[in-house]
Design a protein around this ligand. Sequence first.
Ligand SMILES: Cc1cc2nc3c(=O)[nH]c(=O)nc-3n(C[C@H](O)[C@H](O)[C@H](O)COP(=O)(O)OP(=O)(O)OC[C@H]3O[C@@H](n4cnc5c(N)ncnc54)[C@H](O)[C@@H]3O)c2cc1C
Length: 373
Amino acid sequence: MLILGAGFGGLELATTLSEAFGADIDVLLIDENDAFVFGYSKLDVMFGRTTLDAVRLPYRDLAKPGVRFLQETITSIDPEARRVSTTTGTHEADVLVVALGADYDLDATPGLAEAGNEFYSVAGAQRLAGLLPSFTEGRAIVGVCGAPFKCPPAPSEAALLLHDDLSARGVRADCEITFVIPFGTPVPPSPETSQALVEAFAERDIRFVPGHRVASLDGERSVAVLDDGGELPFDLFLGVPKHRAPDVVIASGMTEDGYIPVSSQTLETRYPGVYAVGDVATVGVPKAGVFAEGAARVVARALIAGRQRGDEPGAYDGRGSCYIEFGGGGVGRVDVDFLGGPRPTGTFNAPSAALVAEKKHFGSSRRERWFGR
Ligand SMILES: Cc1cc2nc3c(=O)[nH]c(=O)nc-3n(C[C@H](O)[C@H](O)[C@H](O)COP(=O)(O)OP(=O)(O)OC[C@H]3O[C@@H](n4cnc5c(N)ncnc54)[C@H](O)[C@@H]3O)c2cc1C
C-alpha cells in the first residue's frame, strides 16, 4: 500500500497499520521532506521560543515494522491505476492514500511575496525569526488572505504572541497590532472561545478586523488592501497565504473546488481503493492536524477490518481538540465537533497550567508514537 505524504495523516496511518500488522504489511510512505515539523512549532520558531533544529523530527528515525520511508517528490498521481511517479521512479499499490496536505498560493495575493511575509511555512517562520527582532516601531498586521486555512486559531495566536514579543523587547508602546480575519469571529464554531480571544485582543490593544480577508498588498504605499477595497497601512505584514491542494493533486484530476472530495464517513474518494485524509480532502472539518489524524485512524480501522474480516469500523466523527496560545504562557483548548449535529459546535476550556502540560504532552506523545523519541 502507498501513503503519499508523511504529515499528521500519513504518519498516524503508517503507525497504526504497523502496530496492527507488523512486518506482515508492506507500506510505502513517501514524502519530499527529510523531517516533520508540527504546525504549532512554526509559531515557536518565528518568535524565537525555540530553534528549527530543536523541532525537526527526521524521517530517518522512523523505524516501524512493515513501513518503508522514501524521500521522493511525487510528480504525478494516476488514481485509476493507483500508480504514482516520483522524481526517482514509479510505484503502484492495491490501496493508495493521499495525505499530501495543503500548499500555499502566494501569487493569489498580489504583493504578498514582495511586500509581506508569511509565517505558515517552516521557511517563512524561520525567515521571520531573523526579521522580527529588527521591528521596533510602526504598524504590524497579522492578516489572513483566504479561507479555508490551516488551524483556524493560529492567526489569533500569532497576534497575541506578537504582543508578547514586542512587550518583552520593551517596544510595544511604539507599535500597533491589527488582526484581519475573513470570519466574523476568531473561532466560529465556539462563541465562548471567540469571546475569550476578542477580550484578550482588547486587553492588549490589538485592533480586531473580522469579516475581511487581505486581497493584496501595495508595497509602494505600504498598505494592505482588503476584499472590500478598504486599506490598512503597515510597516510589517505577517500573512496567512491562500491555501490550495498541491499542484500534483490538482493535476491528477481528483479535486473539485480545489480539494479532493471524499465520503465524510469513510474518507474514500470516487476512485476504488483510493482514500484522501487531512488537509488535502474536503470532509467538512477544519484543516488541522488532529482532524488529519482522526481521519487516518478511520482509514486504518477499515483496512485492518478488511484484512482481518472484522466488524465494519465506525464512521469518521469529525471531532477534535485544538490548543490555543493566549500569550503570557497561557494555553486554552477548544473541543470541536463538526459532524455530530446540524452545525459545528465548540466548547471552550480557559487557559490553565493543566492545559500547558496537556499541549506539551500532545506533542511529546506523537513524537514518541511516530518517531520513537
Ligand atoms: C502556524 C500553524 C499552527 C498550527 N497549529 C496546529 C495545532 O496546534 N494543532 C493542530 O492540530 N494543527 C495545527 N496546525 C495545522 C496542521 O499543521 C495541519 O493541519 C496538518 O499538518 C495537516 O496534516 P496533513 O497530514 O493533512 O498534511 P501535512 O502535515 O501538511 O503533510 C503533508 C505532507 O505531504 C508532503 N508533500 C506535499 N507535496 C508533496 C509532493 N509533491 N511529493 C512528496 N511529498 C509531498 C509534505 O512535505 C508534507 O510532509 C497548524 C498549522 C500551522 C501552519
